[in-house]
Design a protein around this ligand. Structure first.
Ligand SMILES: Nc1ncnc2c1ncn2[C@@H]1O[C@H](COP(=O)(O)OP(=O)(O)OP(=O)(O)O)[C@@H](O)[C@H]1O
Ligand SMILES: [Mg+2]
Length: 450
C-alpha cells in the first residue's frame, strides 16, 4: 500500500505545535478570540489573559511554551511586562503583536528576548507561520543541546537482547510498568544493562517521542550538579535551562543516584513531590511533566543507614525496583549477545568475524563475568581487533572428524549446564529433567571442575 509522502519538515512542525501550550495576552476580546480560534484546534493547550496582571497569575500556575503578546495594553506596556517577568523567572518564547514597530520598540523587544514580531493587522497564516517558527527554534535548541550531550557520552544505543528466563521476566515487568507514571529504580551490578533497560522502558512508554535524558550523578562535579539539573539564571535574566527542563514531557534517567550530593537530594525530593523546579537564582518555580527513572549499583539502603542518602528520597524512588540479573545467571543469553557484538564490531572496525565455535561458547558460558555484559562486549571487541580470542576462551575452530567425537563431551557439558541454569543451579531438579541420576551430574561437574 502506498500513501502520499509527507515531507518530514511538515510532520515536525505539526508535532511541535500539537504539543505546545500557548498563552494569548491581549486586552481586546476580538483579538484574543481570533487567535484562540486559529490556535486551539492545532495546539495542545491555549489560554487567554485579558491583562498583564491576569497573565502574571497564569504564569504562576502553569508553564507555557509560547506567549503571544499585545504590546499596547492599559496598565502596563507588553514589553515592560516581559522585562519584569524575565526577572521573576519567565523564559517562554514570546511573539509580540503590534500595530507600531518603530526602531526603539524593536530594540527593546530584542533586549527583552522577544523572538518575533507580527504587525497588525495580520492574517491567520501569518501568525501560524510565526508560531511554528518559534516552536521549531525552541525544539531545535533543545534537540541540539541533548544531541551534543549524547555525542559526548559513549552511549550504547543498541537493543536489549536476551531470551533467557531471567531477562524475559525483566521484560514482562517493564512492559507492565512502562505506561504508568511510577518512578522506577534499576538495581544490579555494573554492566548488567541498567541504562539500556531504562532506555528500553522509555521506548515502551507513551513518552517515546519525547526526550530521554540520562544524567550520571557521579560524573558531574557536586558544585555544578544543581545548575545542570535545575538550570541557572545567567546574566541578563536569561535562563540556561537545566536537564530537567530539557527533558520536560519525556523521561529523566538519574544514574548512580547514590552519589548525588545531599543538598541536591533535598531539591530533587521537592521536584518529585511538587512536580516543579526552581532554577538556581530564579524566583519562580516552573511546572514540569517528567517520568523519573533511577539506577544504582550501590546498596541504597546501606547509604541511607550511613547517612549519605535521604530516607525520604529513598522511599520515593524505591517504590518500584527492577533488578537486572548478572550475566552468569543468564548464560543462555551469551550466544545471542556474543554474536551480536561480534557482528557489530567486525562491521564497525572492518575486521573479519571470529568463529564462535562450541568450545569457545562453552568457555564463555562457564566464565563468571564480574563485569557482566559490558565485560563480554569488551572481550569481543578486543578479540576482533586482535583476530583471536584470548587463550582462556579460544576454541579449536570448526568441529569436524575426530574432533566432533571429542566435542561430544563439550556438547553434553553445554546441555547439562543449560538445564542447570534453567533450574537455578538445582542439581536434583536438573537430574530429574535430564533423566539421569543426581550422582551422574555430580560426577560430571567434578570432572569439569564447575
Ligand atoms: N541485554 C543487553 N543487550 C544488548 N546489550 C547490552 C545488554 N545489556 C547490556 N548491554 C550493553 O552492555 C553495556 C553496559 O550496559 P549498561 O551501560 O546499560 O550497564 P549498567 O548496568 O548501566 O552499568 P554501570 O552500573 O556500570 O553503569 C552497554 O554497552 C550496553 O549496550
Ligand atoms: Mg550505567
Amino acid at each position: 500500500m502506498t500513501s502520499p509522502a509527507t515531507p518530514i519538515a511538515a510532520v515536525e512542525e505539526y508535532r511541535s505545535l500539537s504539543a505546545a501550550s500557548i498563552l494569548v495576552i491581549d486586552d481586546e476580546p476580538g483579538m484574543r478570540n481570533f487567535l484562540t480560534k486559529i490556535l486551539q484546534p492545532r495546539a495542545r493547550r491555549v489560554e487567554q489573559a485579558a491583562s498583564a496582571q491576569e497573565a502574571t497569575r497564569r504564569l504562576d500556575e502553569a508553564h507555557f511554551d509560547l506567549v503571544i503578546l499585545d504590546n499596547l495594553m492599559p496598565g502596563e506596556r507588553g514589553l515592560d511586562w516581559v522585562a519584569n517577568q524575565r526577572k521573576r523567572g519567565f523564559y517562554a518564547d514570546t511573539i509580540l503583536i503590534t500595530a507600531y514597530a518603530d526602531l526603539e520598540t524593536a530594540i527593546t523587544a530584542l533586549r527583552a528576548g522577544v523572538s518575533d514580531f507580527v504587525l497588525k493587522p495580520f492574517r491567520a497564516n501569518q501568525i501560524l507561520g510565526a508560531v511554528e517558527r518559534a516552536l521549531d527554534r525552541k525544539n531545535l535548541r533543545r534537540d541540539n543541546a541533548l544531541l551534543r550531550r549524547e555525542l559526548s557520552a559513549d552511549i550504547g544505543r543498541g537493543q536489549l537482547l536476551g531470551a533467557s528466563g531471567a531477562l524475559q521476566a525483566v521484560r514482562d515487568v517493564m512492559k507492565r510498568v512502562a505506561p504508568l507514571p511510577t518512578p522506577v529504580l534499576f538495581t544490579g551490578a555494573s554492566g548488567t544493562g541498567k541504562e539500556l533497560a531504562a532506555r528500553h522502558l522509555h521506548d515502551l512508554s507513551d513518552r517515546a517521542e519525547a526526550p530521554f535524558v540520562a544524567v550520571n550523578c557521579a560524573a558531574i562535579a557536586p558544585d555544578h550538579i544543581a545548575a545542570e539539573l535545575f538550570g541557572v539564571v545567567e546574566q541578563g535574566d536569561r535562563l540556561k535551562p537545566g536537564l530537567l527542563l530539557l527533558a520536560d514531557r519525556g523521561t529523566l534517567f538519574l544514574d548512580e543516584v547514590a552519589q548525588m550530593p545531599l543538598q541536591v537530594q533535598a531539591a530533587l525530593l521537592r521536584v518529585l513531590e511538587d512536580r516543579r523546579v526552581r532554577p538556581v537564582g530564579a524566583q519562580r518555580e516552573m511546572p514540569l511533566d517528567l517520568r523519573f527513572l533511577f539506577a544504582t549499583n550501590a546498596d541504597l539502603q546501606h547509604a541511607v543507614s550511613a547517612g549519605a542518602f535521604r530516607a525520604d528520597l529513598y522511599h520515593r524512588i524505591n517504590g518500584f525496583t527492577i533488578d537486572m540479573p548478572p550475566l552468569k545467571d543468564r548464560a543462555d543469553d551469551i550466544v545471542e549477545l556474543a554474536s551480536m557484538f561480534m557482528r557489530q564490531f567486525s562491521e564497525a572496525l572492518g575486521m573479519p568475524v571470529l568463529d564462535l565455535d562450541e568450545e569457545t561458547l562453552l568457555k564463555l558460558r562457564r566464565y563468571h563475568w564480574p563485569g557482566n555484559v559490558r565485560e563480554l562486549k569488551n572481550l569481543i571487541e578486543r578479540s576482533v581487533i586482535l583476530g583471536e580470542f584470548p587463550e582462556e576462551f579460544a576454541g579449536s575452530g570448526a568441529v569436524t572428524g575426530v574432533q566432533a567425537i571429542e566435542n561430544l563431551e563439550l556438547v553434553t557439558q553445554r546441555h547439562i549446564m543449560h538445564v542447570l541454569d534453567a533450574c537455578d543451579g538445582n542439581r536434583a531438579e536438573a537430574a530429574r529433567r535430564l533423566g539421569v541420576s543426581r550422582k551422574t551430574i555430580d560426577r560430571k561437574m567434578a570432572l569439569w571442575d564447575a
